[in-house]
Design a binder for this molecule. Sequence first.
Ligand SMILES: [Mg+2]
Length: 392
Amino acid sequence: MAARKIIHLDLDAFYCAVEELRDPTLRGKAFAVGGKPDERGVVASCSYAARQFGVHSAMPMAKAIRLCRDLVLVPPHRQAYMEASHQVMEILRSVTPLVEQISIDEAFLDVGSLNEEIGEIAKNLQARIHRETRLPCSLGAAVNKLTAKIANDVGKAAQRGTTPPRAITIVPPGSESKFLAPLAVQMLWGVGPKTAERLRSKGVYTIGQVAELPEKELIKEFGRNGYELAQRARGLDDRPVSTEHEIKSISQETTFQKDVRDEEILYQTIRDLVKQVVGRLCEHEFIAGTIRLKIRWSDFTTLSRQFTLAQPTDQESVLVKVAETLFSQVWKRGSAVRLLGVGASNLKQGARQLSLWDTPNEREQKSARAMEQLYERFGALVIQRGHKPEKK
Ligand SMILES: [Mg+2]
């Protein structure tokens, strides 16, 4: 069998790159996109100039400012990121339908059907994305997803400077294990701090050292993960690039700047979150069978509740009702909420069928059935349609 041709693409400091297009005076400056420091904001993305000061994403904004006094703070413009991401993904899909988007700025492509050499394909893709969107990106290319992703991580890290790396890193077929051998074990997927620590205690630091351990020993130590570990350390990975139909869930959450106890605000937030989830369901033509609500209280404890519908749907009114009902089950009037999230899972393709092929009457019936099911399960807790939550 011919070697596969897999590319991992990652946009360089994506949010920052989009912000620089919105405001070119930011170019070259140390800046960070994220929330305000006095509102528990964290760094969502930071420019390469900011990284020189040790600023990195997920760091509290207050700390970022301590590290880099002149750091320019830029509030996020999510709509612009979504649009830019969409534009890039469309370019990728024009190259091959085998595109697996793994985050807003990352994707795998299987370019096996193209005749050019993989390095050529990567170079052309990078140039085209820059030409059409002005966004910088880095690419890793190899025979499988594991190696392509790690190649990209390594290539980007090697080009640390004040400008985007725009790296292209190619691992030729057959040299996977040689390429991986000197790297730290943590670079392998599935190796978290705990596994890394257990390996270190055995004197194992590099991927190459893992590859030398007998598979049996790894299985004894790590169970089923041990088998995976043995495979990956040898650069073996036969997972396919799976297209969008395999998205498992869609969710949206929001952390309040200050804990919220106000009933109106909480319910409004749930409705907004559902609206966003529904927007994304429609984008992918999905209907959802299960709705999940996530709440984090002010003491950081987190709870989630879910409900599975007899009839999957993309109808906002139904999903709002479910989410509100789940919320009313667990929220006691006056309790402070730090975070709310709404997720949809159990996804099926078919939004178009529901919205286009159903007669209004059929849609009404399906929605009524969902309501009935809610009443059966939660009885009086179900919030009346079109009414604000009842004040007790
Ligand atoms: Mg990126």
